[in-house]
Design a protein around this ligand. Structure first.
Ligand code: C5P
Length: 226
């Protein structure tokens, strides 16, 4: 199938404490956005890229994309929420794209093989596919005042990641029907009544949100020498 990856990079990065929008923060050289684009470029299944960036950074991101892919790609300004940013990216898809992956630029160390695994699973199942990892910590339900209520059965939980992949028609229908603001695309797909299944995620696909996450990413790239 013809595949497009919508890379959402329009978040402010407030929790990272940086002056720059998060995707434009450097991690040992390249920015988080560049590292995410390298992963798209490295896919075995060639894919279009659509970039969603802060309104003032469309030109800068276009130049970055040309440098990575060697050709121009669609770059559009994002919205106030992640969901609005994804919607902006979907509006820029080429007509004959059949499978759409949505990826957080903040998951900058996600290996190309995870993108390929999601594409393969969408092609095989004909429905939405999201990467997820088992939850290893004990999870408690906690009240606003800190009172601990109970342990949640973690065998029924998955910590989900991106890229999340969907048949284009299902994803567009889910966005057209959206009445809530969800934190991921599979949430909208489920709200629209479409099936979603989990495939094994990757530890490297963790989201860089806090300064600690950036440090962890740095440590993974550059392990201390002996
Ligand atoms: O804020 P958070 O880290 O959960 O955002 C996940 C991804 O969504 C990031 O890559 C961020 O750049 C993107 N995003 C966006 N537009 C927003 C908010 C977040 O593209 N308004």
């Amino acid at each position: 199938p013809r595949v497009a990856v919508v890379v959402v990079a329009a978040g402010s990065g407030t929790r990272l404490g940086a002056e720059l929008p998060k995707a434009f923060v450097r991690l040992d050289g390249p920015t988080l956005l560049e590292r995410s684009l390298y992963a798209v470029r490295g896919m075995r299944h060639a894919a279009d890229a659509v970039l969603v960036v802060p309104a003032g950074r469309v030109e800068e991101a276009s130049a970055i994309a040309v440098a990575v892919f060697g050709r121009p790609v669609s770059v559009v300004p994002g919205g106030a929420t992640r969901q609005q940013s994804v919607a902006a990216g979907l509006a820029a898809l080429a007509d004959d794209v059949e499978v759409v992956l949505v990826h957080d630029a903040a998951r900058a160390l996600t290996p190309s093989r995870l993108f390929d695994a999601v594409v393969a699973a969408v092609a095989e199942t004909g429905h939405g596919v999201i990467p997820g990892l088992p939850v290893s910590d004990t999870i408690k339900r906690v009240a606003a005042d800190g009172t601990v209520h109970e342990t949640v059965d973690r065998s029924a939980l998955a910590a989900v990641q991106t890229p999340q992949g969907f048949p284009r028609d299902q994803l567009l229908a889910a966005y057209a029907a959206a009445t809530t603001d969800e934190t991921d695309d599979a949430g909208l797909i489920a709200a629209a009544g479409f099936a979603v299944t989990v495939v094994p995620g990757e530890a490297l696909a963790f989201k860089i949100t806090t300064p600690h996450d950036l440090q962890r990413a740095h440590d993974l790239i550059a392990p201390p020498s002996q």
